[in-house]
Design a binder for this molecule. Sequence first.
Ligand SMILES: Cc1ncc(COP(=O)(O)O)c(C=O)c1O
Ligand SMILES: N[C@H](C=O)CCC(=O)O
Length: 425
Amino acid sequence: MTENSGWWARAQEVLPGGVNSPVRSFRGVGGEPFFVDKGEGAYLVSDQGKRYCDYVMGYGPLILGHAHPQVVEAVRAQALLGLSYGTPTHREVLMGERIRSAIASMELVRLVNSGTEATMSALRVARGVTGRRLVVKFTGSYHGHHDSLIIKAGSGAATLGVPDSAGVPEEIAQLTMTVPYNDIDALREVFREHGRNIAAVIAEPVAGNMGTVPPVPGFLETIRELTQEYGALWVSDEVMTGFRVTYGSVAESRGLEPDLITLAKVIGAGMPVGAYGGKRQYMELVAPLGAVYQAGTFSGNAVAMAAGLAQLSVVGEPHFYETLTQRTTRLAEGLKERARRHGIEVSVNQAGAMMTLFFNGQSPTNFDEVAASDHERYRRFFHGMLERGIFFPPSGYETCFPSWAHTDADIDMTVQAADAVFRQL
Ligand SMILES: Cc1ncc(COP(=O)(O)O)c(C=O)c1O
Ligand SMILES: N[C@H](C=O)CCC(=O)O
């Protein structure tokens, strides 16, 4: 149980389940969510004045922490000039150029308003380019909530046990094939049977929506090889990983060139933003150049661009990702070591500044292995930490996002608190 300000009852009267996105409801761990008044650096402050060291960080976008001065100043300055224009602005161009300078294969970039919009549009392009209907996704991956991809999905869908959403017509669901993450043989089999009808394979280059699950050696390379062999497009969904694990794309940092890449989260610094892009030959199909229609009143929004550009200029500074990764490793190693002291079997998967603590002696490599972790224990761990003022993701299927604002002292305090919680598990 968390503090109760009375707002939770009011919220449930007016919002479905009290929330505007299912994971926020704490259904995965039980209890009631707390309400936030403000964020400051690595901390959230609740409406009851309680401070929480925050490892959720808006589910990833806030890589600099809450209310970073440069981001806030950029937002304030732009707001004074207007919020949204419906005409081109310099900052949209600057954002496109910044993304392209970091991710070479994003030769043309279209800005949208969310990760969901980005992946939905990327699939439309892939289908438009290939004239094919089938798409392949991986079990436990989450790419947003549109009809083609809310199938065997991770994140809140997995937590709530509704990986396949009602309301998706069977005819649409049948066009999506699912393969276990990291299962190279199963992927080859799907291509052997259906390869000439597959428009796209969409994959998180490090899965983050069943907790953090890195790719096994050869997995991303096989996606590249098979899509090229069969004339399908590889959509690397970097909504979570893009500019979080490294400056730019994880796929490109491994020497691979996806056909289309989707971004969101970090490029918006907490404002609603998404982007998709890729090789000119594909993106030239997007309206107004080509026949794939996609549009948006708020796309490239002026305030969102200001926030995102401010954040990207900070993360682009030398050694940013090395330092953030080291801090994340400090947390991961600290948690493992303290759990071991208390004889509790855990593993921690980490990729840059993404990590998940699993109550599982083996590091999971796919959704079934994540599901086999002790989620009841995670629930107790979550609440133990929350009582001590530390906010971990409210589900064993989500990722922790340490930020630049987390100091070594914050991390050591977290490890200390975990020690006390492990003792009671
Ligand atoms: C990899 C990935 N793709 C797509 C999405 C959808 O993004 P959004 O919630 O901004 O619609 C998310 C997160 O929600 C994500 O983590
Ligand atoms: N795991 C999701 C995205 O990364 C969590 C965000 C949400 O769906 O509210």
